[in-house]
Design a protein around this ligand. Structure first.
Ligand code: FES
Length: 125
């Protein structure tokens, strides 16, 4: 499959960040700009985002962090990769850290992509 690994310009605003409740990036941006929530968990007030399977919770936190730094909140991932990674999360209860980091614009270097914890030091110790 020739699916784009990462969207260099960020997610399309009309794509859903919270797939359970179909809360788009645009809706979350609008909520952040209007409400300026003190903590990311308050994003749940935006149509219940993050209160279903919880896949999107780290991404909501990232969007909140970007907003707090006066950056335009976005995620760097194709909708296909994002949705597929959620399916994996729902099956295993483990988030693919490669996808998580890619979404946040910090994809792992290739040598860290197989069989090691993404936070492990290079060389495995
Ligand atoms: S994708 Fe947001 S709670 Fe499931």
């Amino acid at each position: 499959m020739n699916e784009p690994v990462r969207k260099p310009d960020g997610m399309d605003p009309d794509e859903d960040v919270c797939l359970c409740f179909h809360v788009s990036l645009r809706k979350i941006r609008t909520f952040l700009a209007r409400e300026n929530p003190a903590v990311a968990s308050l994003i749940s007030d935006c149509l219940g985002a993050g209160t279903g399977c919880r896949w999107c919770v780290p991404f909501l936190r990232h969007l909140h962090d970007q907003h707090a730094r006066a950056q335009t909140p976005t995620l760097f991932v194709s909708p296909e990769r994002y949705a597929n990674a959620r399916l994996g999360y729902q099956a295993t209860a483990v988030r693919d850290e490669h996808v998580v980091r890619a979404c946040m614009g910090a994809e792992l270097p290739r040598e860290n992509r197989t069989g090691s914890h993404p936070d492990a030091a290079p060389g495995g110790s």
